[in-house]
Design a binder for this molecule. Structure first.
Ligand code: CO
Length: 134
């Protein structure tokens, strides 16, 4: 069902300095920051030849990554994103298998303007999974 790895997301306390690290020290191509109030994050994408890294900084009062960063002040891997062809079919298959889809189960538009869903980390080896319809 899942296809390519679309990105690995890293939550960071300071997006500016994370961008500098990836651009100036690691020599990668880094996008401009995009504020996503509906998701409570500001995102930057680092383009790699075979995938992307999504750098996430908390945005707003009740950002979903605030608790994560409180436990890991230096930042850390927050989620991995796999592509699927049909996100509704994927969701229905996961629910039928007894795994949990976060939120109300309806896809929302993610950082690429494509529908995304998040899966409960306790059902997937302790890793938060994002599914994106490719
Ligand atoms: Co993501």
């Amino acid at each position: 069902m899942i296809g390519s790895l679309n990105h690995v997301a890293i939550a960071v306390p300071d997006l500016e300095s994370a961008c500098r690290l990836y651009r100036d020290i690691l020599g990668a191509v880094v996008s401009a920051p995009v504020a996503m109030p509906a998701h409570g994050v500001t995102t930057v994408f680092v383009d790699l030849p075979n995938t992307k890294i999504e750098l996430l900084q908390a945005l707003g009062e009740d950002s979903p990554i605030a608790g994560f960063l409180a436990r890991r002040p230096e930042g850390g891997i927050h989620h991995v994103c796999y592509e699927v062809d049909d996100i509704i079919a994927a969701r229905d298959r996961l629910l039928a298998a007894g795994t949990r889809v976060l939120g109300d189960g309806e896809p929302r538009l993610g950082a690429h303007g494509k529908p995304v869903l998040f899966l409960h980390p306790k059902d997937f080896c302790g890793t938060l999974i994002e599914l994106e319809q490719a």
